[in-house]
Design a protein around this ligand. Structure first.
Ligand code: PGA
Length: 238
């Protein structure tokens, strides 16, 4: 893995935006895999700025998001669809019909996941997948466990993730207990991956991710199987 150590959150956000801008300059029709959470917010702000300045365009870009809570309405302000609209899509020149987020209200989640895989394949795969990393080493909602799933699937959130994400909800009881998420194989099929991490509380997870071992109890370690991963970390995180 290619590791870039940067000073702080702002530098991490700029570096992530640099990589996406370079890709969009080379390929205006790129398929971007996007992530939610507090980590990529600064990078999305930077991308909005560059789009408004006319440096990059999303006019012909397609996006697929990593995951979504289940069940949740896309109108719920804690849904990842709402997050993406607020933090990126509403402020850039993207065609919203080309922004894909798993449907947290699907009555048939297994079919929703299978259709999502087929949709990614029909797009020709993901050119660049953006990832954050959980304090427990999860990527997307692929949580630590005895085994991991290769493809997009419905899964339960672990107690530690429910607790970590409860900061965004009125109470911990409001956090959905399930999610729909790309699998490890879906992520590894992306042609390029960038992982963003900042802050001391991610240090242990980052250390394991970079340890050159594979452990399903730290799903991010599976990224070492991929040939083109760039990890952008802040100084206090490594
Ligand atoms: P965070 O979440 O960016 O809010 O820390 C990252 C993750 O859980 O993948």
């Amino acid at each position: 893995m290619n590791v870039l150590v940067v000073k702080d959150y702002e530098a991490m956000s700029r570096k992530g935006a640099d990589i996406i801008s370079a890709l969009l300059t080379l390929n205006g029709k790129a398929v971007l895999g996007l992530a939610t959470g507090s980590t990529p917010v600064g990078m999305y702000k930077e991308l909005v700025k560059r789009n408004k300045e006319g440096v990059i365009s999303f006019k012909d870009v397609t996006t697929v998001n990593l995951d979504e809570y289940y069940p949740i309405s896309p109108e719920n302000n804690q849904s990842y669809r709402y997050f993406m609209n607020q933090n990126l899509f509403n402020d850039i020149d993207i065609d919203k019909t080309r922004t894909h987020v798993l449907n947290g209200l699907s009555s048939d989640p297994d079919k929703e996941c299978k259709d999502y895989e087929d949709m990614i394949e029909s797009l020709g795969g993901i050119d660049l997948q953006v990832l954050g990393i959980g304090r427990n080493g999860h990527i997307g909602f692929n949580e630590p466990g005895d085994f991991l799933y290769p493809m997009t699937h419905k899964t339960s959130l672990t107690e530690s993730t429910i607790e970590a994400n409860s900061r965004f909800f009125a109470s911990i009881d409001d956090v959905p207990r399930y999610s729909l998420t790309m699998g490890i194989g879906t992520i590894l099929n992306a042609r390029k991956i960038i992982v963003l991490a900042s802050g001391k509380d991610k240090k242990e997870a980052v250390k394991k991710m970079l340890s050159n071992t594979i452990d399903t109890k730290c799903p991010a370690t599976l990224l070492s199987l991929h040939k083109d991963v760039t990890v952008i970390v802040t100084e206090d995180c490594i």
